[in-house]
Design a protein around this ligand. Structure first.
Ligand code: SF4
Length: 234
C-alpha cells in the first residue's frame, strides 16, 4: 500500500497516542477534502509492504501510551481491503491496538472490522443526490454499512462534517435518518468546516462559504437530543 503521510497524533485519530498512516487513493472527491494530495495513488508516495509496516509499528510500541496504537486513514484505507486486513491482523497478533477512519463505502467493511478495535466512520449526508453532487458518490453502501454496524452492536464513532451549503441546514433530516436504527453503541461527532487543506487545491477549491455558525451547530445538537442520539460535546 502507498502511504502519503504518517506521524504520531494524540487522541485525534482514536484513543491515546497513535501512529497514523495515511493510505493513498480515495473513491470520493469531497470538495472540501483537506488531503487532496492523497486522493490518487502516485509513484511520489512511499510504498510499504506488510512486513515493513508491521515492523515499524512494533518498534513504536513503547510510544502507544494511554491506550494508543495504529490508525489507518486516507485517502480511503478500505480501498485496499485484503492488504489492510492482513496488516491489521498482524498488528493485533503483535498486541497493538488498531483503528481505522473510513468514508464508509467499502462493501467489505464488516469483514475488515473483525481486525479493528476502534472504528471511526464518516456519515456526510443522508440525501444521495446532494452527497453525489459534493463528493462524486451516492451513499447507499454507506447507509447499508451504518445499518449493519448499528445492528452488530459494536462500538462506533460516527463523524459528521458540518459544511454550510452542503448539509449544515439539514439537522432534522440527519437525526430522523440516523435514529431509525439502534444507536446504543454509536457516538456521533460534529466536525465543523475548516479550510486547513484549502491551499493545496490552489484555484481548484470550490467551497466558497462553508463555515457553519453557532445556530447551525445548535440545531444539530437539539435535533440529536430530541431523537436520543449521543454526541461528543465540542
Ligand atoms: S472521503 Fe475523505 S479522503 Fe476521500 S475525498 Fe472525501 S474527505 Fe478526502
Amino acid at each position: 500500500m502507498q502511504i502519503f503521510q504518517k506521524g504520531f497524533n494524540f487522541s485525534q485519530d482514536g484513543p491515546g497516542n497513535r501512529l497514523v498512516y495515511h493510505i493513498a487513493g480515495c473513491n470520493m472527491r469531497c470538495l472540501w477534502c483537506s488531503n487532496p494530495e492523497g486522493m490518487q495513488e502516485s509513484n511520489t508516495h512511499t510504498t510499504y509492504s506488510k512486513d515493513t509496516l508491521v515492523a515499524e509499528a512494533i518498534s513504536c510500541k513503547p510510544l502507544f501510551f494511554d491506550g494508543g496504537g495504529v490508525t489507518f486513514t486516507g485517502g480511503e484505507a478500505t480501498l485496499h481491503a485484503e492488504e489492510l486486513m492482513e496488516v491489521l491482523q498482524a498488528l493485533k497478533e503483535a498486541g497493538i491496538h488498531t483503528a481505522i477512519e473510513t468514508n464508509g463505502t467499502s462493501p467489505k467493511l464488516m469483514e475488515i472490522l473483525a481486525y479493528v478495535d476502534y472504528l471511526m466512520m464518516d456519515f456526510k449526508h443522508y440525501d444521495d443526490a446532494i452527497l453525489k453532487k459534493f463528493t462524486g458518490l451516492e451513499g447507499s453502501i454507506i447507509k447499508e454499512n451504518y445499518a449493519a454496524i448499528t445492528q452488530s452492536g459494536r462500538q462506533c464513532h460516527i463523524r459528521i462534517p458540518l459544511i454550510n451549503g452542503f448539509n449544515a441546514d439539514h439537522a432534522q433530516g440527519f437525526a430522523e435518518f440516523l435514529s431509525k436504527f439502534p444507536t446504543d453503541n454509536i457516538v456521533f461527532e460534529f466536525l465543523k468546516y475548516h479550510e486547513f487543506g484549502k491551499e493545496k487545491w490552489q484555484s481548484a477549491y470550490q467551497i466558497t462559504d462553508g463555515f457553519v455558525n453557532e445556530e447551525q451547530l445548535a440545531a444539530f445538537q437539539q435535533a440529536f437530543d430530541k431523537h436520543g442520539l449521543i454526541y461528543i460535546e465540542t
